[in-house]
Design a protein around this ligand. Structure first.
Ligand code: SAM
Length: 208
């Protein structure tokens, strides 16, 4: 793996050990090199969509990484926020932002056995994406949500189609209400040309 990983390395991951190894190397440069350098605007879009859907704390941020979503939510006066992530190295960076009440090393593809569940809100940015997490984890998202909770998660648009997210959401129809999707650009014009127009589907709903 490259000393300074990039998006193509991330999209090509195929095991949890690879995920942990990549983010161990990436954690220290993720905010300045990747997020600022590539104009990564998805965390702000997820936080804003959560607030405009009426979302309130306590919130669980799934795949919190270095804490970008939590920082935006705190700036929008949402609290308390807990975060989970497979990578302890990423969570160590998130802790420095002082936006989270609790940060926990968890794998969202496994039962979370959580924490302060059920949550009044759930958010996730950049985690349901190529090489990362597929629709099998949605069961654990629903289980962590309180009745009426607002859920806003981004799903990489190519991954949404290829991994069968539409069918997965259809099977959950009885458990969710107010289901909406909206496509947004993941990056702004600072991104490398090959990813400049990559799209994410912002999926929002309430747990029934
Ligand atoms: C692209 S980063 C996004 C981080 C942050 N949400 C953001 O938008 O900057 C993807 C994150 O998903 C985490 N991740 C990958 N697989 C996971 C899993 N199975 N369970 C929990 N977190 C996972 C990675 O460790 C990484 O921090």
């Amino acid at each position: 793996m490259a000393d300074d990983p990039d998006l193509n390395d991330a999209y090509a991951l195929s095991s949890k050990e690879d995920v942990k190894a990549l983010y161990r190397t990436w954690a220290h440069s993720y905010d300045s090199g990747f997020s600022d350098g590539q104009g990564y605007q998805l965390p702000r879009a997820v936080a804003a969509a959560f607030v405009s859907a009426g979302g309130k704390g306590p919130v669980l941020d799934i795949g919190a990484g270095t804490g970008l979503v939590g920082a935006h939510l705190r700036a929008m006066n949402v609290e308390p926020i807990d975060g989970i992530d497979l990578s302890e190295d990423m969570l160590q960076v998130a802790a420095m932002k002082r936006a989270y009440r609790g940060l926990f090393a968890r794998d969202v593809t496994q039962p979370l056995g959580l924490l302060d569940a059920p949550y009044a809100g759930i958010v996730s940015a950049g985690t349901f994406t190529l090489g990362h997490v597929g629709p099998e984890a949605l069961r654990h998202v629903i289980d962590a949500a309180a009745p009426g909770a607002v859920v806003v998660i981004s799903v990489n648009a190519a991954h949404f189609a290829a991994a069968g997210f539409a069918d997965a959401f259809a099977t959950m129809r009885a458990e969710i209400t107010n289901f909406k999707t909206r496509d947004v650009r993941i990056y702004d014009d600072r991104a490398a040309e090959e990813h400049r127009n990559d799209m994410a589907r912002l999926v929002s709903f309430r747990k029934a």
